[in-house]
Design a protein around this ligand. Sequence first.
Ligand code: ATP
Ligand code: MG
Length: 430
Amino acid sequence: MAKIIEPLRGVHDVLPSQIAAWQHLERVTRDVFAAYGYEEFRVPIIEQTQLFKRSIGDFTDIVEKEMFSFVDQGEDHITLRPEATAGIVRAVISNGLLRENRLRVWCMGPMFRRERPQAGRYRQFHQIDAEAFGFLGPDIDAEMISLSARLLRGLGLTRLKLLLNSLGTPASRAAYRDELTAYFTAHEAALDEDSRRRLRGNPLRILDSKNPDMQRLVAGAPLLLDSLDAESKAHFETLCAHLESAGIEYHVEPHLVRGLDYYTRTVFEWTTDALGAQSTVCAGGRYDGLVEQLGGAGTPGIGWAMGQERIVMLLEKQRLGVNRDHPAVYLVLAGERTEISGLKLAEQLRDAWPHLKLQVNLGGGSIKTQFKRADKSGAQFALVLGDDEATRGVVALKDLRRDALQEECALDRINERLGALLGLTAGAVE
Ligand code: ATP
Ligand code: MG
């Protein structure tokens, strides 16, 4: 026998039995973004490696060790996108979309990071991503957070906590950086290898360490909120007031820095206590310098990304939106000569009812086998077309879930009868 080819480490198939929660998430996502006037944006999965290096920052987990990068046959340096913001900013600039000044977009799709795979952490994973450009004030921060809150609420999720912080401007951060350098230098002997490297390169990164020993050290570090510039402070306070008036509960978390370098001012995360170590389900913030840094005209930006796998894990845990889709009708073809008329009947029914979910028995089989398949399909009704029925111009209709109904219906009335039984409407499929 040929050797089986295994999937790569840290990548996953989403099986038909698991798809319901994904589709539920995708549907609610589309509806919520539409409700806020955000448009979908689809950007490439591969980009020039340079794009991510220049935007995400050299001393980040992603650029230091997680990127899937390669040189292709044309010798281009290519990276599978580890996140969506850099690609969207690149696309917004390349397509001249900022000439209109303002833009609110979202996207959804796979991201790639070469991490150590574990529950809730994969090498190919999926994100829902929101971005807005051209808004300087805290009103957009509030809208972005409200939108994420509505999405999580719309999915039915509970036990989520919103953490909030401000990273100030590059200038106030530079001052803070000096304070941090002094603090961590005083504790240099206690730093792990990553943190020691980051102490020289970018000490803020140490605040984001996942090492519990580092987190204990971080707990005693000076706070950026204490040295925030006046404008950033006012921005933060207005955002807090917006959230309070919207009834969105938040917790100020002064050591929250986020894993990417481009953030300025507002940063936030939604966390849960239901997923163990991988507790952040959505994270984002403001990136007022990024568009300019990537060659566009100076334009403020803000965005967030939600990890779809982690949301799906929560949906499954809370049994939300996980009912498997199944056909409503299974067509049993019980005769020698009914294959042709049966497939024709099926198409005629689908023409009449675009929303009808109908599965046809293919490949023959005894009536008993076909009824077993019908039952397994989850369909409520079986339509039975045998040679005898075909000759008489009728089809038998049987309710598979209740004993109630077993009847014959003329072939030229079956559209109508099924429509009435299933409450179908004739509108086109959206
Ligand atoms: P973490 O601290 O968990 O490594 P991060 O700061 O690297 O997260 P972001 O880049 O902000 O994460 O991504 C936003 C969200 O995407 C995360 O909160 C998480 O829900 C999800 N996410 C990030 N990396 C992965 C991954 N490797 N597998 C699954 N989901 C992920
Ligand atoms: Mg990470």
